[in-house]
Design a protein around this ligand. Structure first.
Ligand SMILES: [Zn+2]
Length: 281
């Protein structure tokens, strides 16, 4: 490409994106129930490591080797050390402009009787940290534990999560089963591991939200890969507009109404900003 062609190409794309955004903003202004599906790309822009793909190692392991029920059965303390490390990493990570734009949008629209729900595969709670209230964490959370004996789920933000992770992992402090002997079950991270099914209660919630949404955003992930691929096509099939904000150029992208390529910390804030038709009380 000579520089002149490149210049005109860039200008044409910018112009086209501008029109496109105006079109999206019209749809956004009329939406009453917005479902936002978010993925790893949103966390990546906050510097959260995924431990997947090239270079994604913790010690000598990748997430796929430790985030499994088999790995936990073999060596719970090693798996806990991995999750302990991931929790500690999060102390230095902060919500980015995409997380903040989503939370701000929910806050603002709720005052107008409109709803925003975030359906995320991210386990780092950055959406919660940004102020998102209506959050469905389909892969669980780094900051929740679940008892392998009684199933009790508890929030846990301790740092470190226990003084000595070496040995036998964490024991359940709950006394749910029997007051006499307590539960004393082993705790595991409340996250969905490779080879495990999604929580049916969370899925039911997700289905409810998708059935009523009149605008769906897919942010920091692709609508053609799991888990967004489970959700976005059914919304689109109802005739509801789907807008993707991600770095990918996927073949199925043009099946959906909008695609805004680029870092979502850049593309999302103007898309979700207050529309001129919004009346703020
Ligand atoms: Zn228990």
């Amino acid at each position: 490409l000579c520089s002149k062609t490149l210049f005109f190409t860039v200008r044409a794309v910018k112009h086209w994106n501008g029109l496109y955004m105006a079109d999206f903003r019209e749809v956004f202004a009329k939406a009453k129930h917005i479902a936002i599906i978010t993925g790893a790309g949103v966390s990546a822009e906050s510097g959260v490591p995924t431990f997947r793909g090239a270079g994604g190692f913790w010690r000598k392991w990748q997430a796929q080797e430790l985030a499994t029920p088999e790995a936990f059965a073999r060596n719970p303390s090693r798996v806990w050390e991995f999750y302990h490390y991931r929790r500690e990493v999060m102390l230095s990570k902060h919500p980015n402009p995409a997380h903040i734009a989503i939370a701000e949008c929910e806050r603002r629209l709720s005052k107008q009787g409109r709803s925003v729900v975030v359906i995320t595969q991210n386990i780092d709670e950055l959406h919660r940290k940004a102020g998102t209230k209506h959050l469905l964490e389909i892969h669980g959370s780094l900051f929740k534990t679940r008892c392998t004996n009684c199933g009790n789920v508890a929030a846990n933000y301790k740092s470190p999560i226990c003084p000595a992770l070496a040995g036998k992992g964490l024991k359940c402090p709950c006394q749910q089963l029997n007051a006499e002997d307590g539960c004393n079950g082993l705790l595991r991270p409340h996250v969905v591991w490779f080879g495990e099914a999604l929580d049916p209660d969370v899925l039911t919630e997700v289905e409810k939200e998708l059935a009523i949404c009149d605008l769906c955003l897919v942010v920091g992930t692709s609508s053609v890969v799991y888990p967004a691929a489970m959700f976005a096509p059914q919304v689109s099939a109802r005739g509801v507009p789907v807008a993707e904000f991600n770095m990918e150029a996927t073949p199925a992208t043009n099946r959906f109404r909008f695609h805004f390529p680029g870092p979502c910390g850049t593309t999302l804030p103007p898309a979700l900003a207050r529309h001129q038709t919004e009346i703020i009380s």
